[in-house]
Design a protein around this ligand. Structure first.
Ligand code: ATP
Length: 363
């Protein structure tokens, strides 16, 4: 802590989730503990809370109200992936756990970096960009109405979806993007589809352009979502911060994750002004769950993002240092050729995690 007084003691929530969650979340906790100790930060108190399939079985709710109440008392939390498509009805049709938590706490900014590590099997080496995805509205039906969803089926053969874009939500995500770019390579790219979705994504583009005027040091350009995908495949390394609406951001970040090496290394943070949740960009990967094949990197790096966010918020240099140590540990591990199967390596989740911990010990 930079100011006077005793250091803040952090309590962080731990939600294992489904599929590979119970493998990758404990890995992230272990690496965070190792890095915090290496950074000279006081240990964090971890608070495990029920969510997902096990919460349905034990408490009759996928996202228990008791879990939401407990999270409100923490400084932030780690959310493992959930396999809501496998939930029994009525839980499968409800808003999924991640959507419920994002909505409950108003986590409007989904920050998704894509960084190519040496030895990390990148499709576009040198990629180091961040997608700033608006998280509360857009064309995802679960985010855009007060009651029910934004999808309708007037007859069994007609389905209608609606999207929502508001000036307020565009302004706050644009500001997050420009603030972030100010601390990075000072370039923001606005991604939209204003030639077709003229009013909605046109408003998004225009508001981002207006906010850009407040940041004369940051260069801004904009692309249609379809052109953007093509540019990324060829030259992802040239982009810095991309700001976009919800669905485009979701799709683009899977692409950039893979371009940077693997979806298994793509981290994310969901944040508002005063709350943050670490969540890997990938899903619960049920095809490999329980087999020690999962890549824990995305969850580990998401946790580093949470530590960094807390470090900035509390002006706590030890936490900021711990976040950097986690990244350096992952980077050193990949550079020495240790990787999981999705990255072309042979290490399991456990062995990879041990290797990262050992790397941190040698930094
Ligand atoms: P969601 O809709 O929840 O994002 P999804 O079905 O689109 O889920 P994922 O669960 O992310 O997709 O899985 C996509 C593919 O990537 C699967 O083959 C999965 O095994 C693989 N994958 C995802 N995450 C990891 C990981 N951490 N380590 C290794 N492979 C992964």
């Amino acid at each position: 802590m930079s100011t006077t007084g005793p250091p803040h003691r952090y309590t962080l929530g731990v939600l294992h989730g489904d599929g590979i969650g119970p493998e990758i979340v404990p890995a992230a906790v272990l690496i965070a503990d190792t890095a915090l100790e290496a950074a000279g930060a006081p240990p964090v108190t971890w608070r495990e809370l029920p969510l997902g399939l096990r919460a349905i079985e034990g408490l009759g709710e996928a996202t228990p109200k008791s879990t939401l109440a407990a999270l409100a008392e923490t400084d932030g939390w780690l959310l493992g992936p959930h396999d809501s498509a496998a939930y029994p009805e009525p839980f499968r049709s409800e808003l999924n756990p991640s959507g419920t938590i994002r909505k409950h706490f108003g986590l409007y900014a989904n920050v998704r970096p894509a960084k190519a590590f040496e030895g990390g099997n990148a499709v576009v080496p040198g990629t180091d960009l961040v997608i700033m995805r608006e998280n509360t509205e857009g064309f995802y039906a679960d985010r855009n109405t007060h009651l029910g969803t934004g999808e309708f089926m007037p007859t069994p053969d007609i389905a209608i979806a609606m999207g929502i874009i508001t000036r307020g939500a565009c302004e706050r995500i644009a500001r997050e993007a420009f603030e972030l770019a100010s601390r990075r390579r000072k370039k923001v790219t606005v991604v939209h589809k204003a030639n077709v979705l003229k009013l909605t994504t046109g408003l998004f583009r225009d508001v981002c352009r207006e906010v850009a005027l407040e940041y004369p040091d940051v260069t801004v350009d904009d692309f249609h979502i379809d052109a953007m995908t093509a540019h990324l495949v060829r030259r992802a390394h040239e982009f810095d911060v991309l700001v976009t609406e919800n669905m485009f951001g979701d799709i683009l970040s899977d692409l950039t994750g893979e371009l940077a090496g693997s979806l298994g290394i793509a981290p994310s943070l969901n944040a508002s002004q005063d709350r943050a949740m670490a969540q890997a960009a990938h899903g619960s990967a049920p095809d490999i769950a329980g087999r020690d094949l999962a890549n824990p990197t995305a969850m580990i790096l998401s946790t580093a993002m949470l530590l960094d966010w807390l470090g900035t918020r509390h002006q706590d240099e030890a936490l900021t240092r711990a976040a950097r140590i986690v990244e350096d540990g992952v980077s050193a591990t990949l550079a020495q050729g240790t990787g999981t199967r999705d990255m072309g390596g042979a290490a399991g989740c456990r062995r990879f995690t041990e290797a990262v911990a050992a790397s941190i010990g040698q930094l």
